[in-house]
Write a protein that binds this ligand. Structure first.
Ligand code: ADP
Ligand code: MG
Ligand code: MG
Length: 252
C-alpha cells in the first residue's frame, strides 16, 4: 500500500531557510490539505518534494514506499509515482501537449512497457472530455497561451493519465471560476483510490467544499503548526489565521 513520509524536512532558497522541519505522513486513500497564509513556504514544500534545483534540502527525510525520494533525480521521482501540479505551470514552446503527455506516460511506465499510440489517444481524448477541454488543446504547445484555468485543467489531465501514487496539487484552485473549479475537483475525486494519496495545498477553503480532505494541516513560517479534520478548514475560512497565531503565540 502507498506510504509517503516526510520527516523533519528543512529547505533553503538562496541560503534563507524557508522550511523549518516539516512532518507529514500520507497513506494510500488519504487526502491531506495544507493551508496557510501567503509566504509561509507551501510552494517551497511542493518544489522541494519534486526536487526543484532552486531549493536546497538541508535536513530531513522523504520516503515513498520505503524508497528515499531525496536521493532521486526529478524524473526518477515521477517514475516512482510522485506527481506535482505546480502553482505556475511552465510553458514549453515547440512541444505539443499530446507529445509531452505521451513521453511523460512512457517515462512513468518504463522501457518496454510503452503505451500504444492508439490507446494513448483514446485515453487522452476520454479524459479531456471529462475535463471539458477543447480537443484542440492536444495539439497546442504545452501551456503556451493557455489561460490560468486551462493550465490547471491541463495539470489535472496529466495527473489523470500518469496514474501517480502521490499527488501534490499546489493552489490548483487559484484563478478558477466556479465551473472550472467543479471540473477540476471532479477530476481529483474521480482519481481517489486506496492506492493513491493526495496533498492538496490551498490558500482558500473553497476548494475543500468540493474535495473533502481527511486531514487539514496549517502551515506557518515553514512549519506545520496545527492539524485537524475538515472542520479546521471551515474555521480558517470563517475566522482567518489570526486565532491560530494567538493560540500558538506566533508573532510575525
Ligand atoms: P507560499 O507558497 O506559502 O505562498 P512560498 O513557498 O512561495 O510561500 O514562499 C516562501 C518564502 O520563500 C517567501 O518568503 C518567499 O518570498 C520566499 N521565496 C519563494 N521562492 C523564492 C525564490 N525563488 N527566491 C527567493 N525567495 C523565494
Ligand atoms: Mg503564494
Ligand atoms: Mg505558493
Amino acid at each position: 500500500a502507498t506510504h509517503f513520509v516526510v520527516e523533519g524536512l528543512k529547505a533553503t532558497i538562496e541560503g534563507k531557510e524557508i522550511l523549518k522541519g516539516i512532518n507529514i505522513e500520507i497513506k494510500g486513500g488519504e487526502i491531506h490539505a495544507i493551508m496557510g497564509p501567503n509566504g509561509t513556504g507551501k510552494s517551497t514544500l511542493a518544489s522541494a518534494l519534486m526536487g526543484h534545483p532552486k531549493y536546497e534540502v538541508t535536513d530531513g527525510k522523504v520516503t515513498l514506499d520505503g524508497e528515499d525520494v531525496l536521493d532521486m533525480e526529478v524524473d526518477e521521482r515521477a517514475r516512482a509515482g510522485l506527481f506535482l501540479a505546480m502553482q505556475y505551470p511552465s510553458e514549453i514552446a515547440g512541444v505539443t501537449n499530446s507529445d509531452f503527455l505521451r513521453s511523460a506516460i512512457n517515462a512513468r511506465r518504463g522501457e518496454g512497457n510503452e503505451v500504444s499510440l492508439i490507446k494513448f489517444i483514446r485515453q487522452m481524448e476520454g479524459k479531456m472530455k471529462e475535463l471539458e477541454m477543447n480537443p484542440e488543446f492536444a495539439h497546442r504547445y504545452l501551456n503556451e497561451g493557455f489561460s490560468g484555468g486551462e493550465k490547471k485543467r491541463n495539470e489535472i489531465l496529466q495527473m489523470m493519465l500518469l496514474d501517480p501514487k502521490i499527488v501534490v496539487l499546489d493552489e490548483i484552485d487559484s484563478g478558477l471560476d466556479i465551473d472550472a473549479l467543479r471540473i477540476v475537483a471532479n477530476g481529483v475525486n474521480s482519481m481517489r483510490s486506496e492506492e493513491r494519496g493526495f496533498l492538496i495545498i490551498t490558500h482558500y477553503q473553497r476548494l475543500l467544499n468540493y474535495i473533502t480532505p481527511d486531514y487539514v494541516h496549517v502551515m506557518m513560517q515553514g512549519r506545520i503548526v496545527k492539524s485537524g479534520g475538515p472542520e479546521l478548514a471551515e474555521r480558517l475560512e470563517r475566522d482567518g489565521y489570526d486565532w491560530v497565531k494567538e493560540e500558538l503565540g506566533i508573532v510575525d
